[in-house]
Ligand binder design. Structure first.
Ligand code: NDP
Length: 237
């Protein structure tokens, strides 16, 4: 039976590119996101068969639990988990509305914790199981206007390292990939002149991030690490 990969946030952007690449590598892919229609459209576009779309809000514990039970029941044990579900609500801390703070923490940080917790038992039963959490360079360097978002991503880094230690003895690996500016819906509002601050001189494409996610999923002696995929942006921050 081919490997089962669960990609949270797999319907659009970076997660969609990861789903596409994993499908071409023979994985069965379960795409988890809130909008089921968009997820179904992505599933339809994937190479091969046996992929599924599930509607789930990763920030809601019961939703996550129910969804992963369904995945286990209908698709079997999970080999790979990619946490690419994320949101941003950028504003200076003095201006940000409290109602825009918690959703970022709940989706970007708590969401990944909940999905890892729900997937781990199933992953114990597969050889070479691995998790990749999608962080951000701003979680490492900070960014004005992104205090809450960057805190969620910095928290994800600590979570990744700790979980890597907890599950290494069970041969499950956990790593974090930190992208810079990538062309997706999330960066639609950003001006391209931002690219001037990137040593490689351009935004990245989701497919370029997906390649690096695949590397982390398949690298059997790498765990608890952060891989930066940012065209050199971090060097200039
Ligand atoms: P997109 O906005 O293109 O896609 C986000 C994905 O996450 C969608 O599939 C969306 O589906 C899903 N999602 C959002 N909230 C939830 C939720 N509560 N529950 C389940 N699914 C959810 O974003 P990107 O592809 O750009 O971002 C992917 C990850 O990469 C995020 O964690 C982001 O923070 C990170 N990142 C992105 C960068 C960039 O430049 N693009 C830079 C650095 C990090 P739906 O709305 O249907 O739920």
């Amino acid at each position: 039976m081919s490997r089962l990969a669960v990609v949270c946030g797999g319907s659009r952007g970076i997660g969609r590119a990861v789903s596409r690449l994993l499908a071409t590598r023979g994985c069965r892919v379960a795409i988890v996101s809130r909008n089921e229609d968009v997820a179904k459209a992505t599933v339809k576009s994937l190479h091969g068969a046996d992929h599924v779309a599930l509607s789930c809000d990763v920030s809601k514990e019961q939703d996550v639990q129910k969804t992963f039970e369904m995945i286990q029941k209908t698709c079997g044990n999970i080999s790979y988990l990619v946490n690419a579900a994320g949101i941003n609500r950028d504003a200076l801390l003095l201006r940000i509305r409290p109602e825009d703070m918690l959703p970022q923490l709940h989706t970007n940080l708590l969401g990944s914790m909940l999905t890892c917790r729900a997937a781990l038992r199933s992953m114990l039963h597969t050889e070479g199981a691995a998790v990749v959490n999608i962080g951000s360079v701003v979680g490492m360097k900070g960014n004005s206007g992104q205090c809450v978002y960057s805190a969620s991503k910095a928290g994800l880094e600590g979570f990744t390292r700790s979980l890597a230690k907890e599950v290494a003895s069970r041969n499950i690996r956990v790593n974090l990939l930190a992208p810079g500016f990538i062309h997706t819906d999330m960066t639609l509002g950003l001006k391209e002149d931002r690219a001037r601050s990137i040593p490689l001189g351009r935004f990245g494409e989701p497919e370029e991030v997906a390649q690096a996610v695949l590397f982390l999923l398949e690298s059997s002696y790498v765990t608890g690490q952060v891989l930066v995929v940012d065209g050199g942006l971090q060097l200039a921050m």
